[in-house]
Design a protein around this ligand. Sequence first.
Ligand code: PLP
Length: 365
Amino acid sequence: MSRPVPNPGILDIAPYTPGKSPVPEPGRKVFKLSANETPFGPSPKAIAAYKQAAGHLEDYPEGTSRVLREAIGRAYGLDADRIICGAGSDEILNLLAHTYLAQGDEAISTAHGFLVYPIATMANGARNVVVAEANFTADVDAIIKAVTPKTKLVWLANPNNPTGTYIPFDEVKRLRAGLPSHVLLVLDAAYADYVSRNDYELGIELVATTENTVVTHTFSKIHGLAALRVGWMFGPAHIIDACNRIRGPFNVTTPAMLAAVAAIEDTAHVQMSRTHTEQWRNWLTDEIGKLGLKVTPSVANFVLIHFPTDKGKTAEEADAYLTRRGLVLRALKNYQLPHSLRMTIGTEEANRLVVEGLRDFLAGK
Ligand SMILES: *Cc1c(COP(=O)(O)O)cnc(C)c1O
């Protein structure tokens, strides 16, 4: 008997494996350092706005997320008409793939790139072309070299997750200049707020001056609203127009929209989180380095820790050991990084406990 058959590419996608539910030793407090969530939660003003919206749940949201687009426009100096909001940047990335990729096309991402990219690519029947990185960092020349007549889109997280590395704006511009003009360049800036480097830029200028580049951003990370699912994109008018035609008419909920407006306006909360993250990123990189483990220099709110392959010292064993202590890091086998763990920067208490845990682990305690 015949039965419904999924579209080409769908069954080639590896099924998503959810994060483990940690079972620490009795009496251990659990610190979830595995999903790059902020340890501070959202701004109290965002929580208040969310609660206030609970009084009107019978009403459909305003369909274009106007108040949120305007708040983002004010915060970044952007034209609100060239912004689209989504249920997380995941939705935006999928809208882009759905709008610009079809069977027979190719989309390029980098070796340790974000896993949503291959899913969005393959869900639309396109081929996911993976390009090697250099030193866990996107390699502009390698990306340009991978372009074929079938290439339609390039995904670039800058900074990248899970490596924490970035490429300077000069390099982003060099990448854009090296790609054919019909190829869409997607700059995913989910971690941009954590970067404090003079040579880094979100990419706004490139978007404003080209017809083929977009920047996506999220409220899930520094704004602490991951549960509400809010993301956005700034792009050329023709791309915003095309994506608006296929998005759900009420894709961002009112409570999410209003909480996000309050969050982006609370610049003190953002600054506090940025300062904490930078301080502890430096501390963790130094302290973990002193234990003899390599840490890839990060500009984001997480660090990538590399382990030896000797029995008793591996990433897998470290992961199990720390989990017993209630310290939940992210194993990266499905990111082709089986010898590394990613640690989200947490509270002072969590950060100190991880270093202590790693010290005991390496000492064989
Ligand atoms: C966390 C993250 C996002 C944000 O996804 P949302 O759907 O907005 O929660 C986007 N890109 C990367 C690389 C991320 O790590």
